[in-house]
Design a protein around this ligand. Structure first.
Ligand code: DC
Length: 233
């Protein structure tokens, strides 16, 4: 489909820092509306994992921007919907759905995401997710850079303490005991890198609705977003 006609397809952007609840909220909103979903963080995680597997030197990452951009351009990935409502992520015929969710991969993703040529290489791929009947796009720059024409932009926040606790609980469910102070430190480092990078930093769009998810249940946040959807679409 051409870009001009794609622009008529509705988009809701849901941006925010790690652990703000973007993933869960975006998935629930997309399911309720029957719309498609873009997990843009997964694309950056995939570039990071592919780069690690190819032996890219993360200690001198600025010198690796060309090879990282090549990896991003050539990313061979399939998002396969599963019967349980989840998505299997297959890269180079390998199921990497679990591998890209590690803390280490999240941190590496934040490093590759600070490289401008990587962001440029992923831009069009992200816009291709805009398909009828609509798209819920989850990330850091969905409302500011990738879909600036979206009629509904949401920015989720929560304190690093609360986001760290959420992450610890998630890990506990997978049988992993993590240290809360360490998780909070990782979150703060990742926030600082994502907010302070030159290209597409993590900031709310001027026209975004800001929701602090710290004291709200998932259902309450989903309701606020769906109420806002009714007003614009
Ligand atoms: O949402 P996430 O934790 O899966 O994202 C992993 C990293 O990818 C995040 O720390 C920054 C980067 N990212 C980005 O720069 N822009 C996006 N739209 C999504 C993620």
């Amino acid at each position: 489909m051409e870009q001009a006609s794609k622009n008529g397809i509705p988009v809701i952007t849901i941006d925010g820092p790690a652990g703000s609840g973007k993933g869960t909220i975006s998935q629930r909103v997309a399911e309720t509306l029957g719309w498609n979903m873009l997990d843009s963080g997964a694309l950056y995680r995939l570039v990071a994992l592919a780069a690690q597997r190819k032996g890219v030197n993360f200690n001198q990452i600025d010198a690796e921007e060309k090879s990282l951009a090549n990896i991003a351009e050539q990313l061979n990935v399939v998002f396969k919907p599963c019967a349980n409502g989840g998505v299997e992520i297959i890269m180079d015929n390998d199921d990497v759905s679990q591998a890209i969710r590690s803390e280490d991969c999240g941190c590496a993703a934040s490093q590759v995401a600070a490289q401008k040529p990587v962001r440029a290489a992923l831009l069009e791929r992200q816009r291709q997710f805009r398909e009828a009947p609509g798209l819920v796009a989850d990330g850091r720059d969905m409302g500011t850079v990738v879909f600036p024409d979206a009629k509904l932009k949401v920015f989720l926040t929560a304190s690093p303490q609360i986001r760290g606790e959420r992450r610890r609980n998630q890990l506990k469910e997978s049988g992993i005991d993590a240290n809360l102070a360490g998780l909070i430190k990782d979150i703060e480092e990742r926030d600082a890198r994502d907010m302070n990078r030159k290209d597409a930093p993590l900031v709310p769009a001027d026209d975004a609705i800001i929701i602090d998810t710290g004291k709200l249940s998932i259902e309450e946040v989903v309701k606020q977003v769906l109420d806002a959807v009714k007003k614009v679409y």
